[in-house]
Design a protein around this ligand. Structure first.
Ligand SMILES: [Fe+2]
Length: 434
């Protein structure tokens, strides 16, 4: 069975016709309607518009020393600066394995030492859901500055962004009722889009900070998958085999969707980027199965039928197991939630389960920090993945691409892959972003 690349439905002219004729498909709004929407939202400064003059304005971003400079190296394993001894912090683990809800600290007040601990915390727990944050009221300049502590920030090629702050990606599903459901599910039965943020980039995301501005009272959650556990569940021969594989990730269909919608591309180019299927974390040394479903097109260097079989196996293995998932709830506008995670070993998807109800908008912005270029480091296996929670691996991973997983990122469709309609995905509709 062939592997259905996300976004490849855009090769169907009837789907394209539907999208063209239904401006509200996937929850985005056309550029000429944005001023109307600004009047309706609680935080208009986080609702940007597409500007034709932004076409091609930015370049790709690199983070060559990302592994070495990761702030998690500086974190204290006791997290004493994130959870000071005298603080009244309450935590609730979403599962024993990853994900924690946290109340009682303000992200906006963290010292540098606290931010270092936060980095290490995300690198071990994976996901943190912070309640009662004042983050959204600090303004976009603060958000940008906060994110930059952790590394260079990504400017998304084609997603919505905040006014004057292209580094702040915006997801926006307008307030409304069942008409949204009709539009969303007219051409599909399922709008989940599992992905690791911007995995099509040569230097994909380390951390994402997803800040709720408005949210439905329930629903619209973000669900996460632990790719470390997805790797650990495999038998040793399959682990070894997967460690030899390289996947090709692409934003091709995401760009195609943007073209259909007439969104200008701030960064131009369809990327066909190579990343190892098994990647090593630069701080913990843990291995994860880097299967960013929404952006994966195919397995490099094998025949199409073989690629399809491997990717279909991964889809079933990674995405179909509730035992390796947790759910982060936004819990409405007043819970002031900020969700943060490490994209290097988590997948996530937004959940469009509220569209048939009358709800307020689902409006968030995301700060996306660039991580290192993904690499697989063979030596890590001699240490065993179970040891990875301390800082024991904190040095020496900075240039780990020397292990032969080919030279990642051949941009602009090069690479001799004549893909002709073998799609890859592209998380094509912006709403699947968290
Ligand atoms: Fe996302």
């Amino acid at each position: 069975m062939s592997f259905k690349v996300s976004g490849s439905e855009l090769n169907d002219p009837l789907v394209v016709k539907f999208i063209t004729e239904n401006a509200s498909f996937a929850g985005q709004v056309a550029g000429d309607q944005i001023d109307e929407h600004r009047k309706k939202v609680l935080y208009p400064e986080y609702l940007g518009t597409y500007k034709p003059e932004e076409e091609g304005k930015y370049d790709n971003f690199k983070n060559v020393d990302g592994a070495k400079n990761d702030k998690g190296h500086l974190g204290d394993p006791t997290f004493k600066n994130l959870f000071p001894a005298n603080s009244k912090v309450k935590t609730l683990d979403l599962s024993p394995n990853f994900g924690t809800e946290i109340e009682g600290i303000q992200l906006s007040e963290l010292t540098d030492e606290g931010k270092n601990d936060l980095a290490l915390y995300l690198e071990t727990r994976g996901l943190a859901v912070f309640r009662n944050q004042d983050f959204r009221d600090k303004g976009p300049a603060f958000a940008k500055q906060f994110g930059e502590y952790f590394g260079p920030l990504h400017i998304h090629p084609v997603s919505f962004a905040s006014e004057n702050y292209p580094e702040l990606l915006v997801t926006y599903r307008p307030a409304g009722g069942p008409e949204r459901y009709q539009a969303q599910f007219a051409t599909t039965t399922n709008s989940a889009g599992w992905h690791s943020d911007i995995s099509f980039e040569e230097y994909p995301a380390s951390f994402s900070f997803f800040v709720a501005l408005e949210a439905p009272p329930s629903g619209g959650d973000t669900v996460f998958i632990d790719l470390r556990e997805a790797y650990r569940r495999l038998s040793p021969p399959i682990q070894k085999f997967f460690e030899t594989l390289t996947l090709i990730h692409s934003n091709y269909y995401q760009n195609k969707f943007a073209k259909i919608k007439n969104y200008p591309a701030r960064v131009k180019g369809d990327y066909f980027t190579e990343h190892p299927l098994v990647r090593t974390h630069p701080v913990t040394g843990e291995k994860a199965l880097f299967f960013s479903r929404g952006f994966v097109q195919r397995v490099k260097g094998v025949k199409p039928t073989e690629s399809d079989a491997i990717l279909n196996f991964l889809e079933n293995h990674v995405l179909s197991n509730p035992e390796i998932q947790v759910r982060a709830q936004h819990k409405g506008t007043d819970s002031k939630t900020v969700i943060a995670w490490d994209n290097r070993f988590l997948l996530h998807t937004a959940i469009a389960d509220f569209l048939q109800h009358e709800t307020p908008a689902r409006h968030h912005f995301r700060i996306t920090v660039l991580g290192e270029r993904p690499y697989f480091e063979k030596e890590a296996e001699t240490n065993g993945e179970s040891n990875g929670h301390s800082n024991g691996h904190s040095n020496g991973h900075s240039n780990g691409h020397s292990n032969g997983h080919s030279n990642g990122n051949s941009a602009n469709g090069a690479n001799g892959l004549s893909l002709n309609g073998l799609s890859f995905n592209g998380n094509s509709n912006g709403n699947s972003n968290a």
